[in-house]
Design a protein around this ligand. Structure first.
Ligand code: CUA
Length: 152
């Protein structure tokens, strides 16, 4: 009855695959759409098209991109202003040490590592104010490292 064993093994495998896919989907945050990563040297920020001028840029009818630099103990630009009913992708990098970019009360939360560009997309449906905080210990001013996102 080797045949039966193989059948059982195949079933276990299929159930396992389905469970993995389901768990993966449930595990995703509501506001998080993508988490692709890209690299950049902190020394090149001044010449980079995105980061030489940290800003919010409109890229579609309701789509915006925010290029943000974290640096002890600030975020640039600050505050960040976007309109309601918008989808915003934040591209965040660090000029010095590891920080995070975390919108209080949401699941928009990403570690910001020098040399890497973290990206995270959020949808803002209505006017709101979100504090931005750093969740990675980055020195004496860590607890004061704050910013604001205004959805207008
Ligand atoms: Cu930046 Cu903690």
């Amino acid at each position: 009855t080797y045949e039966k064993l193989w059948l059982v093994a195949a079933m276990v495998l299929i159930v396992g695959i389905i469970a993995t896919i389901t768990y993966g989907t449930v595990g995703l945050g509501i506001a998080m759409v993508d988490d692709q990563e890209d690299t950049i040297s902190p020394n090149d920020l001044g010449e980079d098209e995105r980061f030489s001028d940290p800003r919010v840029e409109q890229v579609g009818e309701n789509e915006y991109e925010a290029y943000v630099i974290a640096q002890t103990f600030t975020y640039q630009p600050n505050p960040i202003e976007v309109p309601e009913n918008s989808e915003v992708t934040f591209y965040v990098t660090s000029r010095d040490v590891i920080h995070s970019f975390s919108l209080v009360g949401t699941n928009v939360n990403t570690m910001v590592v020098p040399g890497e560009v973290a990206s995270i997309t959020a949808e803002f449906d209505e006017p709101a104010e979100y504090g931005v905080v750093c969740n990675e210990y980055c020195g004496s001013g860590h607890h004061d490292m704050e910013g604001m996102v205004y959805v207008l």
